[in-house]
Design a protein around this ligand. Structure first.
Ligand SMILES: Nc1ncnc2c1ncn2[C@@H]1O[C@H](COP(=O)(O)OP(=O)(O)OP(=O)(O)O)[C@@H](O)[C@H]1O
Length: 253
């Protein structure tokens, strides 16, 4: 569903590369986690898939079509995008935020309201309670749910998620991760999720691509990485969730 071929991005005429020669594939209905430290090129990679950033070289195919020459606005209607700061419009209520894109596409108000209700219920924000609220009247986790509902409004097949759970407390994060997995599977979404948290990648992804200084160090299923990290940095990233798991097990014995 998503194919990146030798994708690179340089901001300074090839002196340094934010993303260098990245090739990967995400099959239909699967989740790929882009994992790595700060500045490793994760966000830049994701933003090239919906053309928020133009690649320096390489190609991107979505659903078999090269998207590098597609109209960015049309493209972004087909690709849901969820990011940490969410970007809800503060003066607009939740229902209008969720269906803003559909309004721009000309959907009549009545239909839009029904769609907003359906989307809010889907992300576990009962519309009777939440549809008319302003973003400032929501918790961080609730706001992130609105972000998901908005990304799902145009019924995309592909979702890009840039650290969607990063700013949430651990319990809310855990709940939203589980709900995201449920929605992703039931809707058959193909997704790329950016994270710096190995535990999150292990839990959510079918494929994990570990990035460092713009390049992919290692790509494989969670099981493949756990069985054979294949690289010191990858082994180090796997250490923390492993140690936490062992510690909790010891304490509960
Ligand atoms: N507009 C820009 N101009 C110049 N350099 C940029 C620009 N945007 C990003 N970079 C550089 O590209 C590199 C990769 O940035 P990117 O945001 O993709 O990293 P990241 O892995 O998503 O990091 P984080 O986890 O901190 O969000 C960084 O060194 C960054 O400074």
């Amino acid at each position: 569903m998503i194919q990146l071929k030798n994708l690179s991005k340089s901001w300074d005429d090839g002196k340094t590369f934010a993303v260098k020669n990245v090739s990967l594939e995400v099959p239909d209905g699967k989740v790929l986690a882009l994992l790595g430290g700060s500045g490793s090129g994760k966000s830049t990679t994701v933003k090239m898939i919906n053309r928020l950033i133009e690649p320096t070289s390489g190609s991107i195919l979505v659903g078999g079509e090269d998207i590098t020459h597609q109209d960015p606005v049309q493209l972004r209607r087909r690709i849901g995008y969820v990011f940490q700061s969410i970007g809800l419009l503060p003066h607009m209520n939740v229902a209008d935020n969720v269906t803003l894109l559909l309004k721009l596409q000309g959907m009549p108000a009545g239909e839009r309201a029904a769609k907003a209700n359906q989307l809010l219920d889907m992300v576990d924000l009962p519309h009777e309670t939440f549809a008319q609220r302003l973003p400032s009247e929501l918790s961080g986790g609730q706001r992130q749910r609105v972000g998901f509902a908005r990304a799902l409004a145009a019924e995309p097949k592909v979702m890009l998620l840039d650290e969607p759970f990063g700013a949430l407390d651990p319990v809310t994060r855990d709940t939203l991760q589980i709900e995201f997995s449920r929605l992703q599977r039931s809707l058959g979404l193909t997704a790329v999720i950016v994270t710096h948290d190995m535990a999150e990648a292990l839990l959510l992804a079918d494929i994990i691509a570990v990035m460092n200084v713009g390049e992919i160090l290692r790509i494989g299923t969670p099981k493949e990485l756990l069985q054979n990290p294949g690289d010191d940095y990858v082994a180090k990233l796997l250490e923390t969730p492993r140690r936490h798991g062992e510690l909790v097990r010891e304490l509960s014995d």
